[in-house]
Design a binder for this molecule. Structure first.
Ligand code: AMP
Length: 327
């Protein structure tokens, strides 16, 4: 593991923060009920932070979660995260409250889903408290969550992380646009899907949408296009990562969050932050998303190993490799 030592001065003297490429993931930890043409599940473990931290766990052993659940949330679900080396000190259980609950339904075209229920429950008046031991966070992934909570996480960190990545969705674009704009202005990378990029910018053309979103603050923009891959924009630079054409897609839930987990995991592991490393990171994200959709819920994500991930990444490079040519 790469360790970087820095000394900072503060009013109470010198603090020696021992950075260990630590990744903090804020997002929902939830109950999901999902219906696809291939089956139905009730109240399984879900949530943005769950998928993201599980995907990242294959790249770093120093990931932590900030979230809240109610006292209806089974201990074995939290143990599942711990078994993957994920620190859940920042995942608090609030007595007398119910956990975030989301339910969605997919039709034959699994690029589209209908949200049937979003119950914020414990998330509605959640004020995150960053544990002191999370103050050494170098990489911050703000997964799907209320923008005010995402802002509070950034503001509580005494040293700005090297990289802050934000994911959001239509629910927050529609319900909390002012807070969302504020948090967008505070981050380095914004990851949204194509419909959300259009909704946010009011532009149909994705390069035009990217220009407008850059103007809101983020240096990098990732636009996810489901089974049509993902685009990375930074200024005038653009890169495309395909999605792997899969024979069987059982459940796309969590694909975006697994993408984020793979993306962050790669950057944490290599420690390099530039357009070239972001290209590899989005291929890694696409690989993790491809595993996620092959089974229901987190079923596939929890049982991977590094060699399977490596082979999958190679499949991606085979998919797009071609020789330079003269025409
Ligand atoms: P994805 O398929 O990657 O967009 O993420 C699906 C996950 O996001 C599910 O596990 C849900 O629990 C969670 N989710 C759904 N709606 C929201 C929301 N409005 N805020 C935060 N998380 C959500």
């Amino acid at each position: 593991m790469i360790r970087i030592e820095v000394q900072i001065g503060c009013s109470s003297g010198n603090i020696n923060y021992n950075f260990a490429m630590s990744l903090l993931i804020a997002g929902t930890v939830a109950f999901d009920s999902i219906e696809t043409p291939f089956g139905k599940t009730e109240r399984i473990i879900g949530g943005a932070a769950t998928y993201c931290s599980l995907a990242a766990s294959y790249f770093t052993d120093s990931s932590r979660v900030i979230s809240a659940v109610g006292d209806d949330f089974p201990r074995e679900y939290i143990r599942l995260l711990n078994d993957h080396g994920i620190d859940t000190t920042g995942l608090i259980t609030i007595p007398g409250k119910k956990s975030f609950y989301w339910s969605g339904k997919y039709s034959e075209d699994m690029n589209f889903r209908e949200t049937l229920v979003t119950e914020l429950n414990v998330i509605e008046d959640f004020t995150p408290q960053i544990p002191q031991e999370y103050q050494d966070t170098e990489y911050l992934m703000l997964g799907n969550l209320a923008p005010d909570i995402q802002i509070s996480v950034i503001e509580q960190l005494q040293i700005r992380p090297r990289l802050i990545v934000l994911d959001t969705m239509n629910f927050w674009i529609e319900n909390t646009p002012a807070s969302l704009k504020k948090v967008i202005s505070m981050v380095d990378v914004l990851a949204v899907n194509d419909a959300e990029a259009r909704q946010l910018s009011g532009e149909y053309s994705l390069p035009k949408a990217a220009k407008k979103i850059h103007a809101l603050g983020p240096e990098y923009l990732i636009i996810k296009k489901g089974e049509n891959g993902a685009l990375l924009f930074s200024g005038k630079k653009m890169f495309f990562a395909p999605a792997l054409p899969l024979e069987d897609v059982f459940d796309p839930t969590g694909a975006g969050d697994s993408f984020a987990g793979g993306f962050m995991g790669y950057l944490v592991k290599t420690g390099e932050l530039n357009f070239e490393s972001m290209k590899n990171a989005i291929i890694t994200g696409a690989a993790m998303a491809s595993f996620c959709v092959e089974k229901f819920g987190t079923d596939n994500l929890i049982n991977l190993d590094k060699s399977a991930i490596y082979s999958r990444v190679r499949e991606f490079s085979e998919l797009v490799r071609f020789q330079d040519m003269e025409i």
